[in-house]
Design a protein around this ligand. Structure first.
Ligand SMILES: CC(C)(COP(=O)(O)OP(=O)(O)OC[C@H]1O[C@@H](n2cnc3c(N)ncnc32)[C@H](O)[C@@H]1OP(=O)(O)O)[C@@H](O)C(=O)NCCC(=O)NCCS
Length: 163
């Protein structure tokens, strides 16, 4: 599959896109099976009750889902939002789709009084592209918890202030 960014459009995904979400998350090769299930639970929440706890935005080439982002307000905070999950089909990496998805998600957050975005990721070497992505988008490391996910696999907390 070749993803052509010029024809990628953003819109809300539906429950029928769940299988593609699993395929995309699996195809990244980064996530353990239990993490894939968590991604799907968040996606289900976003399609069953959009905008309540979770919101999803999909990137589509025609009607084919090539990437998605899931996010929501962080409970118990004033204006903090979690960027829970963002993934793009590896066939479409480095074509600006992730940036488009993150920008759209930040616009929704800002439009709902969001002021701070939190994105958690791993320190593992294979997450280097993910960290480079967040840093390219203006996220900075706010905290790090050693050995959080596993031995030698730290939690890296990125934040970004929305203007
Ligand atoms: C992170 C991810 C969503 C980025 O999607 P993408 O569509 O490839 O990203 P973009 O093309 O919009 O990249 C935007 C910028 O991020 C940086 N970037 C993205 N991928 C990079 C890589 N592999 N190496 C270095 N920098 C990278 C670059 O600065 C890039 O801009 P440029 O291409 O003009 O140089 C994608 O790599 C992915 O799905 N990764 C696996 C899932 C994941 O880790 N999700 C986050 C945790 S839930």
């Amino acid at each position: 599959m070749t993803v052509k960014p010029s024809v990628v459009t953003l819109k809300s995904p539906a429950a029928r896109h769940r299988t593609r979400v699993r395929e995309i998350v699996d195809a990244t090769g980064l996530f353990r099976p239990e993490e894939v299930e968590i991604a799907l639970e968040v996606f289900d929440g976003a399609t069953e009750e959009p905008g309540v706890d979770y919101t999803a935005i999909g990137a589509f080439e025609d009607e084919y889902l090539v990437g998605f982002v899931c996010f929501g307000p962080t409970s118990g905070t004033v204006g903090t939002w979690d960027l829970y999950w963002i993934a793009v089909d590896p066939a479409g990496h480095r074509q600006g789709i992730g940036r488009k998805l993150a920008s759209a998600c930040e616009r929704v957050m800002a439009g709902n009084n969001g002021r701070l975005v939190v994105a958690e990721t791993s320190s593992r070497a294979d997450y280097g592209p993910t960290r480079a992505f967040y840093e390219a988008l203006g996220y900075t490391v706010a905290a790090r918890v050693a050995d959080f996910y596993a031995q030698q696999d730290d939690l890296v907390v990125y934040t970004k202030r929305l203007s």
